[in-house]
Design a protein around this ligand. Structure first.
Ligand code: AMP
Ligand code: MG
Length: 413
């Protein structure tokens, strides 16, 4: 997608373009169930037997046949013929007029289909149970296969495996699953003013902080990281770094050096080593973005300002990386909350303002400004737990109005 100098692209156009250009990487691995937490499933998984495997009790109580039930019954007295405990099923037949003592999860024997909870019974004698509150026929029995039936596909490729999914797979006795291989991402910062932690700051220098936000953002996506440090604004150093990064990684991410007025050789070098688009996006913060490829690697050139890095990562890089991992859901969750104060906004670009999302006592979601919104200010970014997304054409948002919100927790998923 080319762009003439004065044209700005919308956030959603860029998202669509990036996502439609990206395919899942090749390569899967079969790994142990525990290792598969948060990985992306690369196969559809099918049940090989019913779960639960047998009818079992949903309560501690007494199991009996629904044939014992009559209309207008006020109580029912049965003989206790034996017991079925979890892992220790009852063996034998149950005659008319009989019940068995049963525990939650214990197998419901043949001829029995109803369980009364213990709290609704009395024990007048050792082997007699009196049911004082009559249950409905078939109550409290969990039928075999009511969760999964044999042959049912219960997890599909593209699913990010949650703790529940590990349990779900375990119910089928599955010890290993096939997941997409881990993505490898190389990243570095560009700028002559940048020093790494441990170095002494000279006049006008700052510490490179973007490599730390990127480290965290990538780590949360379960990605293998290749941290290449700070690369000086130097033609040959940059070219070498781009080539090295692309040779080892599925994607290369840089920050800085993509804005107008940057030393031209960054752009020049990128055009030489890869196919890169330089986009101006109608968003704040985060206007410039370079996106394309170097060799077989995808390339993202993020702006330099610390908050712009995080904002553009969430909107463009994270969806792209999720897509590369083969994940099914990639775009950030957006919900609505009521702003409790005036949000200042000039029409023109989509604002990603840092906000604090809260729940009021009546359950309503409210949001307020997290502080100064300039793109170098990490104070408000650190305090924030969401972006308030204010559409491009919108002006100020008055207190009490609804605003779109992207919670960070959801974004990190
Ligand atoms: P640039 O896009 O290179 O012009 O950078 C824009 C602003 O972000 C400048 O103020 C840079 O000093 C700052 N900046 C660039 N890279 C980093 C970094 N890695 N860590 C902290 N600030 C940075
Ligand atoms: Mg720079």
């Amino acid at each position: 997608m080319s762009q003439n100098d004065n044209q700005f692209l919308s956030v959603s156009d860029v998202q669509k373009r990036i996502i439609s250009d990206i395919k899942a990487i090749d390569g899967t691995e079969k790994i142990d169930l525990r290792q598969a937490l948060n990985r992306i499933l690369a196969e559809d998984v099918t049940a090989t037997f019913d779960t639960p495997p047998c009818d079992n009790s949903g309560m501690d109580g007494y199991a009996f046949s629904s044939q014992e039930l009559e209309s207008e019954q006020s109580s029912l007295t049965l003989k206790v013929a034996g017991q079925s405990f979890a892992g220790h099923p009852y063996v034998g037949k149950i005659a008319s007029g009989e019940a068995i003592r049963i525990m939650t999860g214990a197998q419901v024997p043949e001829g029995v289909d109803t369980v009364v909870m213990q709290e609704h019974t009395e024990k007048p004698e050792e082997d007699i149970v009196k049911i004082t509150t009559i249950p409905k026929a078939f109550a409290n029995v969990r039928k075999a296969g009511d969760d999964l039936t044999t042959g049912q596909t219960f997890l599909a490729h593209g699913k990010k495996l949650s703790p529940t999914d590990l349990a779900f797979l375990a119910t089928q006795g599955i010890a290993e699953v096939r997941v997409t291989r881990k993505l490898r991402v190389a990243f570095f910062s560009t700028g002559d003013e940048l020093k790494s932690i441990g170095e002494t700051l000279g006049e006008g220098d700052i510490y490179d902080s973007n490599r730390y936000s990127l480290y965290g953002l990538l780590k949360n996506l379960d990605i293998e990281l290749i941290d290449m440090g700070v690369i000086a604004d130097d033609r040959s150093a940059i070219e070498e770094a781009f080539n090295t990064a692309a040779s080892v990684a599925d994607a290369v991410i840089t920050s800085g050096g993509v804005s107008v007025g940057e030393a031209d050789f960054v752009k020049e070098t990128l055009e030489k080593v890869g196919q890169i688009n330089f986009w101006k996006i109608a968003m704040k913060p985060g206007k410039p973005l370079a996106f394309g490829s170097i060799g077989d690697s995808l390339f993202f050139g993020l702006p330099g300002n610390p908050v712009s890095v995080i904002a553009t990562f969430y909107q463009f890089v994270q969806p792209a990386l999720k897509r590369m991992k083969g994940q099914d859901i990639v775009l950030p969750l957006m919900i609505k909350a009521k702003t409790t104060e005036l949000l200042k906004k000039r029409p023109g670009r989509t604002d990603f303002q840092r906000g604090i999302l809260e729940q009021s006592d009546n359950g309503e979601l409210t949001v307020r400004n997290a502080g100064a919104q300039a793109s170098h200010v990490l104070t408000s970014m650190s305090r924030a737990n969401c972006f308030m997304v204010i559409p491009a054409q919108s002006g100020n948002i008055e207190a009490g109005e609804w605003v779109d919100v992207q919670p960070f927790e959801g974004l990190l998923g």
